[in-house]
Design a protein around this ligand. Sequence first.
Ligand code: PLP
Length: 379
Amino acid sequence: MGNIIYLDNSSTTKPCEKAVENINIALEKLWGNPSSLHLLGVQAEIPVTEARESVAKLLSCRADEVYFTSCGTESNNTAVFGVCSSRKKRGNRIVTTAIEHPSVLEAFRKMENEGFEVIYLKPDKNGVVSAADIENAVNSSTILVSIMLVNNETGAIQPIKAAADAIKKSGAPALLHCDAVQGFGKMPINVNSLGVDLLSVSGHKIHGPKGIGALYMKKGVTLPSLLVGGGQEKGMRSGTESVPLIMGLAGAIDELGNINDNLKKAKDLWLYAKDKLIATGLVAINSSREALPYILNISVEGYRSEPLLHFLESKGIYVSSGSACAKGEGSYVLKEMGLSSHLVDSALRLSFSRFTEKAEIDALCEALTQATQRLRRVK
Ligand code: PLP
């Protein structure tokens, strides 16, 4: 592939050099089974232990509270199904938002079909659920609250601490889970300040490999596992650990640099992009100023997302219409925010990484202008 402009980093990111290097080392040299008692096993176990410490450092938790999984989806499923099955005798209400990633939303729908009372909190026009709504939703029979840290379509940051406070205030026997896949490695995360019991992360959104995730489980919390077998990950997640992917994730974390410095650069780029896009006179901004500045959701009113996306692709610019998982359907997240169907149908999600440059934004604006000259306008 020649020079491309990749503005779809919330779908996935290009693995960074250290991730690739680590994966190769694992495949070529550290291919032992970390559970083996002999030297090859011990050699493979060391980088797994180190990677666990790296993840723990990013979450401000203990290494023994980090469990490796195969992806963010598995972490989310483990949390939702695990809490529901282990606490169902203590209450029947579970609370989430209407704008969660499908790996949480579908898990809740499944639980709803099994008889749980589910509250789906709605966001305001900025894409944020309110602390007051959370507090109203949590009652004494609530056993689980699951709210994402950063929405994957708009970047809207959700009030996780308010959910922790609501649980405490109500005296509910609820655990708090947070899907932090879009915030991990991009903003400071402290599980204790957030007040969460469970938190999900994924490797491939931070220039690590696909197929590796982790679940933070607060010490003392126990859940049934989805997979049973050899008892790896202290019985939470059987299956031989993927040393290459775990080392790849550790490589990506190593290469992150300073999260706050990256965040400052991202904010500068986000503001630049917003102003430049507004100046084209073609674009409405759907993300709020308070959003995590790695995601900028826009609408090019009068033009449908998919032809726009393909026009940009023909110019070597890669963006997304809604999330990668929405595949052409109008975004339920934007609909929940109350956006008109015109805005929903013409939405594009731009998502940046620490490697995104202003010149790439200039090229995007140029290409969008061309797109509106070449594509057919819809009413
Ligand atoms: N949660 C959110 C908010 C996401 O954006 C994603 C991926 O798009 C996931 C969960 C799923 O992560 P994974 O692709 O590692 O399963």
